[in-house]
Design a protein around this ligand. Structure first.
Ligand code: 6PG
Length: 240
């Protein structure tokens, strides 16, 4: 686990998105294709800002996924994918079939059906590993739509699940499971702001339990990076 610290949210977003370009190029060099899991929230958009100007990427060999999606209609401004479209995807020549969106209530009856379709899509594509999985984190320590003390986070044997009664609106969502997210080479947690400082410290404390702090339960098989601005890192113990 490493911590990458920057002084401000803007610097953090720029550093992450520059590193994302490098990670996509490296994945294509090593395996021919890059599978990237995107996140919602404000860090989600900031993490993509360098992609439209990047060179050296074969965009036909990049696949985008989401760690979670709000179960609201396609095109709704509440959706995580719409934020990513605005931030970068609209400007990239990525084939639409490489952008793996979670179905909304305009095309499937419920979040369970959306989770099943999304699970099938993950099963059908790639070698089963994500190259980079990015997360924002809520002040409660949630990542994707895996919330503290919410029974959905304990689902086993599934790739994607429906989440109901989310403590953060909207109540109905689709999320990847811890089990699926564990198939990520690199996990990046991207956190900015003083209101997250306690949750950052709790997630990084020895013995942290994902039931209490879900962010403590996501790890890459090769690397786990906490991208923090100074405010979010403020309650970490002194490294000395
Ligand atoms: O679905 C959601 O409600 C959001 O996507 C949420 O999970 C968000 O990613 C985090 O709360 C971090 O948000 P910020 O990056 O804006 O702090």
């Amino acid at each position: 686990m490493t911590i990458e610290r920057r002084t401000s949210k803007d610097e953090l977003g720029k550093a992450i998105s520059d590193e994302l370009v490098i990670a996509i190029i490296a994945a294509q060099r090593d395996r021919g294709v890059a599978h990237i899991v995107l996140t919602g929230g404000s860090m989600g958009g900031l993490s993509l800002q360098s992609l439209p100007g990047a060179t050296g990427i074969d965009w036909s060999k990049v696949h985008f996924w989401w760690g979670d999606e709000r179960f609201v209609p396609s095109g709704s401004s509440e959706r995580n994918d719409v934020e990513a479209d605005r931030a970068a995807l609209d400007a990239l020549p990525v084939p639409p079939e490489n952008v793996h969106r979670v179905a909304g209530p305009d095309s499937v009856p419920d979040a369970e059906a959306a989770a099943t379709a999304y699970s099938d899509a993950i099963r059908d594509v790639g070698d089963g590993m994500f190259d980079v999985t990015m997360f924002g984190m809520g002040p409660d320590g949630h990542v994707a739509s895996l919330f503290p003390h919410h029974p959905a986070q304990r689902t086993e044997g599934a790739i994607a699940i429906a989440v109901h009664d989310s403590p953060k609106p909207p109540p109905d969502r689709v999320s990847l499971t811890f089990e699926c997210l564990a198939r990520s080479r690199a996990v990046w947690l991207m956190v900015s702001g003083a209101e997250k400082a306690d949750a950052v410290a709790a997630a990084l404390a020895p013995g942290a339990d994902r039931w209490d702090v879900p962010a403590s339960g996501v790890h890459g098989t090769e690397s786990t990076v906490w991208w923090l601005d100074d405010a979010a890192a403020a309650h970490l113990p002194d490294p000395d």
